[in-house]
Design a protein. Structure first.
Length: 229
C-alpha cells in the first residue's frame, strides 16, 4: 500500500537544491494540477471540497488544500470519457503543448479520485476515464525559484454535480469535506491557496458567459499576481 504521507505532487525524484544557495541552479518546476470542486449551498455561500495535508508531508504540511498533484507520465494519451471543451483546452494550451494540456486535465481528475474517492468520470475495468468536458480553467501558479520543491500548477474547476461517489480519503488529505468559502479563507492556508480562493470568488461572481474571457493570470515569485498573456 502506498504511504499516505508521501508528498504529492511527488517530489522524491526531484533534485533538491538548498533554497538559499545562490550558486545552485533553480529546480525546474514540475507540471501539476489542482481541482476546485464547488457547489452552491442552500444558504447562498459556495462550498469547496478541501482537506488538510498530513503533518508528515515535506511540502505544505498541516494546511488546507484542494485535491491535486503532479502530472504523471501515465496521464498522457489515456482514454477519457469526454474531451476538454475548446475554451478550456485553449487556456491550458496557452503555456503547454497539446498533449500536456490534456494530461493536466487527466491528472486533476485522477488526483481527485485518489485523494477523495470521488469520480469525475467513470471507471471501466479498474481504469479511470476522466470527464474532461466538466473542467474549467482558473489560473496557474509557479513556485518561487528559491524553493527546493517547485511546481507549475494549473488550477481547474468542476461543479459538484459532475462528481459522483462518497468521500473516502486515502489518508493523504485529512478532514476532507465541503468548506464554505468564508470558512476556507479563514483557515490555516498557504498564501497561494488564499489567493486562489480569491480568484475563484471573482470567477464565480462573473456571468457564466464571461468567465472564459477573464484575463489570464499567473502567480510568480512571492505569489505575485501577474498577467499570463
Amino acid at each position: 500500500m502506498a504511504d499516505s504521507t508521501r508528498d504529492n505532487p511527488g517530489a522524491d525524484d526531484l533534485k533538491l537544491v538548498p533554497a538559499k544557495d545562490p550558486k545552485k541552479k533553480a529546480v525546474v518546476p514540475r507540471h501539476a494540477a489542482s481541482l476546485i470542486v464547488w457547489r452552491q449551498a442552500r444558504a447562498g455561500e459556495p462550498e469547496i471540497l478541501m482537506g488538510i495535508r498530513h503533518s508528515k508531508h515535506r511540502f505544505m504540511p498541516d494546511v488546507l488544500v484542494f485535491p491535486g498533484g503532479r502530472v504523471d507520465r501515465a496521464d498522457h494519451g489515456v482514454k477519457a470519457a469526454s474531451e476538454l471543451r475548446p475554451e478550456t483546452e485553449a487556456l491550458l494550451r496557452h503555456r503547454a503543448k497539446p498533449s500536456l494540456a490534456r494530461a493536466l486535465g487527466v491528472a486533476a481528475c485522477r488526483e481527485l479520485h485518489e485523494e477523495t474517492g470521488l469520480l469525475l468520470g467513470e471507471k471501466t475495468g479498474g481504469r479511470l476515464l476522466a470527464d474532461l468536458a466538466a473542467l474549467d480553467y482558473l489560473c496557474r501558479a509557479v513556485t518561487p525559484p528559491t524553493r527546493s520543491m517547485r511546481f507549475n500548477a494549473r488550477f481547474l474547476l468542476a461543479p459538484a454535480d459532475a462528481v459522483r461517489g462518497e468521500i473516502a480519503g486515502s489518508g493523504e488529505l485529512e478532514q476532507l469535506g465541503w468548506y464554505p468559502l468564508s470558512q476556507a479563507r479563514g483557515a490555516k492556508l498557504a498564501d497561494i491557496t488564499r489567493k486562489i480562493l480569491g480568484e475563484f470568488a471573482e470567477w464565480l461572481a462573473m456571468p457564466a458567459a464571461g468567465r472564459q474571457s477573464r484575463p489570464k493570470i499567473v502567480y510568480r515569485g512571492n505569489d505575485n499576481r501577474l498577467s499570463d498573456e
